[in-house]
Design a protein around this ligand. Structure first.
Ligand SMILES: Nc1ncnc2c1ncn2[C@@H]1O[C@H](COP(=O)(O)OP(=O)(O)OP(=O)(O)O)[C@@H](O)[C@H]1O
Length: 337
């Protein structure tokens, strides 16, 4: 094979066909805690301004397995956008470890970072105007990232048309963003973000500016990107329509993952779990902290089948001594969670 032919085949392989992506999604490795496509370990991001220091991420652990569609929720200022900026390669953490699809985000050089942002991750912003170039049609917007990735022209046209079709947007091909509704713009943005077949698709409040019906359509597009195009999806949202429809919702509190809700599969109802990080730390739900007056130091007791957490000034039973079932517990008890 000639060098030119090899180069051509190399470029064509940048954008696999949809059928190849489906096969990749089906054969994706599964589930152990350390083989995630996204692995964050004790991630810290401190912002320093003149006088003030803000700890936006305070030792966050998160593993997302290839093929998952995960919602990230949390109060304003809890660190969600900071995490997404780091995972998208736009920002650098202060400390910790972050790997996405085999890239070490703390050690990437300029060149690797550029390739990473071009082909490994796709991004959808909340502001519709930030996702698309106003003077290009939907088709041209979708083809643009492939142009940067040096995909041949004919191939870009084919793939852009195929993506718009897959996301139910064939009728929008020749329209510019001003000729599209907010929901259509966000769905085209999903097509743009998946143009170079990224392993990971990140979205920050993609339905935040939309009404309920348009939000549903955009979430359906993200779902398609996940199920049919094989992208692992991590979506920051305040929208219960989104967070209650995914199998896994991760809640961030004060810069750490605090709880996770899992749905579907063998579970009949959604079930909430408190996250124990790799160092063994957990955040007690705030209502437990308030209800049992837990402040500063607490006592832990190792029982035969659970760990008890007691306010320091409360009497804690000797280990192995169980609390009578009928008695109202006086302190938070991790077996309740
Ligand atoms: N560039 C910055 N400089 C200084 N502080 C920042 C910067 N960006 C974010 N922060 C602070 O870091 C913390 C986390 O912010 P972040 O935007 O990640 O939260 P969020 O959970 O995405 O909030 P929201 O839901 O309101 O978007 C906040 O206290 C915020 O004020």
């Amino acid at each position: 094979m000639s060098g030119a032919e090899q180069a051509r085949q190399g470029r064509e392989s940048v954008v696999p066909r949809l059928t190849d992506l489906e096969a990749r999604a089906r054969s994706a490795p599964g589930g152990g805690p350390d083989d995630g496509v996204i692995v964050c370990d004790n991630l810290v991001r401190v912002y320093r301004t003149d006088e003030v220091e803000v700890q936006a991420l305070q030792g966050l652990d998160l593993t997302v397995t290839e093929g998952e569609c995960v919602a990230l929720v949390g109060a304003s200022g809890s660190g969600k956008s900071t995490l997404l900026s780091i995972l998208s390669g736009l920002d650098l953490p202060t400390a910790g470890r972050a790997r996405v699809a085999g890239h070490d985000l703390l050690a990437m050089g300029r060149r690797e970072r550029l390739g990473y942002r071009r082909a490994t991750v796709g991004f959808v912003w909340q502001q519709t105007g930030r996702n698309l170039l106003p003077y290009l049609t939907a088709q041209e917007n979708v083809a643009l990232p492939m142009k940067y990735a040096r995909v041949p022209r004919r191939k870009r046209q084919e793939r852009a048309a195929e993506l718009l079709d897959t996301l139910g947007l064939a009728y929008c091909r020749d329209r510019r963003p001003t000729e599209l509704s907010g929901g259509e713009q966000q769905r085209v943005a999903v097509a743009v973000a998946t143009a170079n077949a990224p392993r990971v698709l990140l979205a920050d409040e993609p339905t935040g500016e939309l009404d309920t019906a348009s939000g549903e359509d955009v979430f359906a597009a993200l779902r398609r990107a996940n199920e049919e195009l094989g992208a692992t999806v991590l979506v920051v949202t305040h929208d219960p329509q989104v967070s209650e429809q995914v199998r896994r919702t991760v809640r961030i509190r004060d810069g750490r993952t605090s709880t996770e809700t899992l749905r579907g599969g063998e579970r009949e109802a959604a079930e909430e779990f408190t996250v124990l990080d790799r160092a063994g730390r957990l955040q007690l739900p705030r209502e437990y902290v308030d209800r049992y007056g837990l402040r500063g130091r607490v006592r832990l007791t190792a029982e035969s089948d659970h760990v008890g957490v007691w306010a320091a000034d409360e009497f804690a039973p000797a280990a192995e001594e169980s609390v009578p079932a009928a008695e109202e517990p006086r302190a938070a008890d991790s077996s309740d969670e």
